[in-house]
Write a protein that binds this ligand. Structure first.
Ligand SMILES: [Zn+2]
Length: 248
C-alpha cells in the first residue's frame, strides 16, 4: 500500500499509462543492486531513488578523488577522500528518505559476486572495466537476475538489457574480449545519458511496461549525436548463457 505522502510524491509518474499505483507499489517492493559508485552509478541511483525504488545496494571500494568530479555527480568537493559508497548513500538518503540505501565498501570479485547479487531483483552494471562486467554477467545469469549493462568512453556510450535465458548476454556480444585497464577519457554527459537509459530500463522492467532494450546494443555517439542500434542474438554456444533457456 502507498501512503498519502507517496501518492503525492509519485503522482506524476503514477499518471503514466500502464504505471498506476500498482506500478508504484512494484517499485517500492523492488531491490536493486548497482555495481559501481561512480559515473554511471550517479545518474542511475539518483533517478531510481527519486522514482521510489524501495531498496538500493551500492557496491564500490574506491574513495572519491578530485579527478572523479567532472562526471560522478553524486560526489562533491567536500567528499574528496571519503568512501564513495558513504558519499553516495548520504546524498541518496537526502534525496528520498523513503528509500533504503545499503552501502557496501567491497571490490567485486569472483569470490563474492554471487553473494552480492543474491536476493536482488536486478543488477545495474555501472562498472568501469570489462572483467568485472563479465563476472556480474555470469553471476546474474546463474541466479536468473536481469542485468542492465552500460558503458562509456569519451563521448560514446553503450547500453543493453539482458534477461537470463531469453536474450543475448554480454558474453554473446563481446566474446570475452577485454580492453587494457588504463585511464580512459570521459565527459560527464556521457554517463549521464547512459545511466539514465539504464534507470529507464530498470523502471520499465519493474513496472512491466514498454519494450526493453534486449537483443539490441544501443550505441550513443555524443559527438555527432547519433544513436545506433546493433542487433545482437543469444549465442547457443555462449560460455555464459549457452546452457540456459530458449531464444526470444
Ligand atoms: Zn550469452
Amino acid at each position: 500500500m502507498l501512503t498519502t505522502n507517496e501518492l503525492e510524491r509519485y503522482d506524476r509518474q503514477i499518471m503514466i499509462k500502464g504505471f498506476g499505483e500498482e506500478g508504484q507499489e512494484k517499485l517500492k517492493r523492488a531491490r536493486v543492486i548497482i555495481a559501481g559508485g561512480g559515473g554511471l552509478s550517479s545518474p542511475s541511483s539518483i533517478y531510481l531513488a527519486a522514482a521510489g525504488v524501495g531498496m538500493i545496494r551500492i557496491v564500490d571500494n574506491d574513495k572519491v578523488e578530485l579527478s572523479n568530479l567532472n562526471r560522478q555527480v553524486l560526489h562533491w568537493d567536500k567528499d574528496i577522500g571519503r568512501r564513495k559508497v558513504d558519499s553516495a548513500a548520504e546524498k541518496l538518503k537526502k534525496l528520498n528518505e523513503g528509500v533504503e540505501i545499503e552501502a557496501i565498501d567491497e571490490m567485486i570479485t569472483e569470490a563474492n559476486v554471487s553473494q552480492l547479487v543474491a536476493g536482488f531483483d536486478l543488477v545495474v552494471d555501472a562498472m568501469d572495466n570489462l572483467p568485472t562486467r563479465y563476472l556480474l554477467n555470469k553471476a546474474a545469469l546463474e541466479k536468473d537476475i536481469p542485468f542492465f549493462h552500460g558503458a562509456v568512453y569519451g563521448f560514446e556510450g553503450r547500453a543493453m538489457t539482458i534477461i537470463p535465458g531469453k536474450t543475448a548476454c554480454l558474453e554473446c556480444v563481446y566474446h570475452g574480449t577485454t580492453t587494457p585497464e588504463e585511464k580512459f577519457p570521459v565527459i560527464g554527459v556521457t554517463p549521464a545519458i547512459i545511466g539514465c537509459i539504464q534507470a529507464a530500463e530498470v523502471i520499465k522492467y519493474i513496472v512491466g511496461i514498454g519494450e526493453l532494450l534486449t537483443n539490441r546494443l544501443l550505441i550513443c555517439d555524443g559527438l555527432n549525436l547519433k544513436f545506433t542500434e546493433l542487433k545482437v542474438k543469444k549465442d547457443p554456444n555462449c560460455k555464459h548463457c549457452g546452457h540456459l533457456g530458449g531464444k526470444e
